[in-house]
Design a protein around this ligand. Structure first.
Ligand code: SAH
Ligand code: SF4
Length: 362
């Protein structure tokens, strides 16, 4: 529910239902509750996620009375563009978007010419996990996003691409926030994204990344989804990991790995481990060997990302030579690893760089 926007009145307006917050059955319940047949709800769904309209008035095949009721009682989200930034190579675009209560989040579009177009979206305004090298962690937690607010970011970016005759192919839940700290909304949003009558993003083209919230990893294993799971590891010993990721004190490496092994056994799916290589910290041969031992024989893949700079952390990216040495050690354990190309650094759109720079100026 969100307040009506752009209406200045002494009389408080009733809360409007954000249509993007409703699952398919919830939408049907709402519309059938108004005495309309079910197929009307299917039509609305098509307009929302197939045609991606931005105005209720564009839902041409609905009777006027239904459109009027929708306009009076519901809204189509409410994200407002505050600022768009493009990287100098033109391949990365970052959108600062204002939520209805003035909070600002960021979403990123990354184009890999001819291969894929990926939306990196936020699940929270801020983050409560406090990872020391992450700009979102440095700003603290503001609030969870609703399922509708998560989905609307995907729609926003899908529309941008469609205007250029392109189609959104991938979604990564790697923007601001910890998706598994906002589990229900995240899962509802994922189900909305994969709906074959809607956004129709392939399940394997969606990745959810977690800092390692063990109960949620276990729950996710039982969802029956083929969505990819990434675990932010960043260190292979508890002492090192707790210094970087405070959440490790609550869920130490052994517990995370036990949950990941159960996830793989249950789903048969390969897991990605993320590792931001920090110069002189976790790019050492000791850490590489510890990681190799931890992951040897596991159905997994390691994504190495040279650390992206953030204002609240003094560490720097590992050098090319140290990265290469790290990869070679992992190879000796037959652990596959790739070094991710850093993207959008000049506009602070790289991993861990998202922070609502334009603060709430309602
Ligand atoms: N909260 C989730 C998803 C968002 S962060 C998570 O932590 O997994 C997305 C990825 O960026 C995570 O792997 C995170 O550890 C990484 N990251 C955070 N700060 C970074 C930085 N400064 N440089 C490189 N990667 C970073
Ligand atoms: Fe939160 Fe992920 Fe950043 Fe950690 S890395 S503070 S979990 S967004």
């Amino acid at each position: 529910m969100k307040p009506r926007q752009g209406v200045s009145s002494e009389v408080p307006m009733p809360d409007l239902i954000n249509l993007y917050d409703l699952g398919r059955d919830e939408l049907a319940d709402l519309i059938m509750g108004w005495g309309e047949p079910r197929y009307r709800a299917d039509q609305v769904w098509q307009w929302l996620y197939g045609h991606k309209v931005t105005l209720i008035d564009e839902m041409h095949n609905l009777p006027r009375s239904l459109r009027e009721r929708l306009a009076a009682e519901t809204c189509l989200g409410g994200l407002e563009l505050v600022r768009e930034m493009r990287s100098s190579d033109g391949e990365t675009r970052k959108y600062a978007l204002r939520l209805s209560d003035g909070q600002i989040i960021e979403s990123v579009l990354m184009e890999y010419a001819g291969v894929r177009r990926t939306a990196c979206i936020s699940t929270q305004a801020g983050c409560a996990m406090g990872c020391v090298f992450c700009a979102t962690g440095q700003m603290g937690f503001a609030r969870h996003l609703s399922a509708g607010e998560i989905v609307e970011q995907v729609l926003y970016i899908a529309r941008v691409l469609e205007a250029d005759g392109e189609r959104l192919s991938n979604v990564v839940l790697m923007g601001m926030g910890e998706p598994f700290h906002n589990y229900e909304a995240t899962l509802a949003a994922i189900r909305r994204m994969i709906d074959p009558d809607g956004l129709e993003i392939g399940q394997r083209h969606i990745t959810v990344s977690t800092v390692g919230l063990v109960p949620a990893i276990r729950r996710f294993a039982g969802e029956g989804l083929q969505v990819r799971l990434a675990i932010s590891l960043h260190a292979a010993t508890d002492e090192e990991r707790s210094a970087l990721l405070p959440v490790n004190r609550r869920y130490p490496i052994a517990e995370v790995m036990a949950a990941v092994r159960d996830y793989i056994a249950r789903t048969g799916r390969r897991v990605t481990f993320e590792w931001a290589l920090i110069d002189g910290q976790n790019d050492t041969p000791e850490q590489a060997h510890a990681l190799g031992k931890l992951l040897a024989g596991l159905l997994c893949h390691v994504n190495l990302i040279p650390l992206n700079p953030t204002s609240g952390y003094t560490g720097g990216p590992a050098s090319a030579g140290r990265i290469e040495r790290f990869v070679r050690i992992l190879e000796s354990y037959h652990v596959p690893a790739t070094v991710r190309v850093r993207r959008g650094i000049d506009i602070h759109a790289g991993c861990g760089q998202l922070k609502a720079a334009v603060m709430a100026s309602k």
